[in-house]
Write a protein that binds this ligand. Structure first.
Ligand code: NAD
Length: 284
């Protein structure tokens, strides 16, 4: 049986994943701002440090896996964009950086980051916002959306999930992660009925947008089903899964982007492709 850190363990998918893992006999170190084994605010650098220290102390320096489910949806409030950037992006990458040695100390550790299908279904997310997030400059990311006003939070949300998915795919294959036996993967859910979605449905404007969003299979996803996906992605059956973003969204991504992926390497990217091919995987 393993030891797993789960952020966002007080509600929704994080809560369900923590419960499932405990039912399977694993030890869970739950992290959340409201309640949990480690109570920490992932929207601040001190909170992220406290979360990492709390998990490392609880797991004794060896962690079999982590589920990064803490997150904020689009919403109102003057500080919302900054909070989304801090929790959804830095709350994942800074925490994983700090937990990496403990994950490397385990045998075949696995990480599941909860991204979102907003990565591919929200249009025209500015590249500069994503770049600023990847550079860990949340002030710059917030400034990049200042002209959008109230609509900015949906764009910041999508940007935070694109940035975290990119960070994951860039790092998953490197010596520090794959080379240390750590499998980094993401789930990209569509609309899942959790308190986060309920808050969106309760807002007249956002609720209308959520209800009218095309979902080929219909309805909303079930948080318990997503917890099953998470547990599967943490299991031995996922040993060969690395750098994948798994969409569980009722078909919305396929509906909007049927021909965008999978796609062959375009001619302009051939030099880079061939260079990587020739260089091969180097894990030290
Ligand atoms: P939720 O609101 O039920 O749970 C999120 C949890 O994160 C809560 O327990 C909350 O307290 C915690 N959290 C928020 N801010 C925090 C902070 N500053 N520090 C520590 N913890 C904090 O939401 P959910 O729907 O279960 O969402 C889980 C993840 O899935 C999020 O990353 C969300 O963006 C993502 N997601 C959700 C949906 C959906 O439709 N529900 C769809 C796609 C992606």
């Amino acid at each position: 049986m393993g030891t797993y850190a789960v952020t966002g363990s007080a509600s929704g998918m994080g809560l369900q994943a923590a419960e499932r893992l405990r039912e399977l006999g694993h030890t869970v170190v739950g992290v959340d701002v409201t309640s949990g084994d480690v109570v920490a605010d992932l929207s601040t650098p001190q909170g992220r440090r406290a979360a990492a220290d709390g998990v490392l102390a609880a797991c004794g320096g060896v962690l079999d896996g982590a589920v990064l489910a803490a997150g904020l949806g689009p919403g109102s409030g003057a500080d919302r964009n900054r909070l989304i950037a801090e929790v959804n992006f830095l709350g994942v990458v800074e925490l994983l950086d700090a937990l990496r040695p403990a994950l490397a100390a385990a045998d075949r550790a696995k990480v599941v980051v909860i991204a979102s299908n907003s990565t591919t279904t929200v249009p025209v997310v500015p590249r500069r916002t994503i770049r600023a997030l990847l550079a860990r400059d949340t002030d710059k990311a917030v400034r990049s959306l200042r002209l959008l006003g109230r609509n900015g939070s949906a764009i910041m949300y999508a940007a935070s999930k694109i940035a975290v998915s990119r960070w994951l795919r860039i790092n998953a294959v490197t010596a520090a992660w794959a080379g240390a036996g750590i499998r980094l993967n993401a789930l990209a859910p569509g609309a899942i009925l959790t308190p986060l979605l309920e808050a969106q449905l309760a807002d007249p404007r956002e609720g209308r947008a959520v209800r009218s969003f095309p979902v080929p299979i219909g309805g909303y996803g079930d948080a318990g089903h997503l917890a099953d996906w998470i547990c599967f992605m943490l299991s031995d059956s996922a040993d060969f899964l690395c750098g994948s973003v798994v969409f569980v969204d009722g078909g919305s991504d396929a509906f909007f982007r049927p021909r965008d992926w999978p796609k062959s390497v375009p001619v302009r990217r051939l030099p880079q492709y061939l260079w990587r091919f020739a260089r091969g995987v180097r894990h030290g």
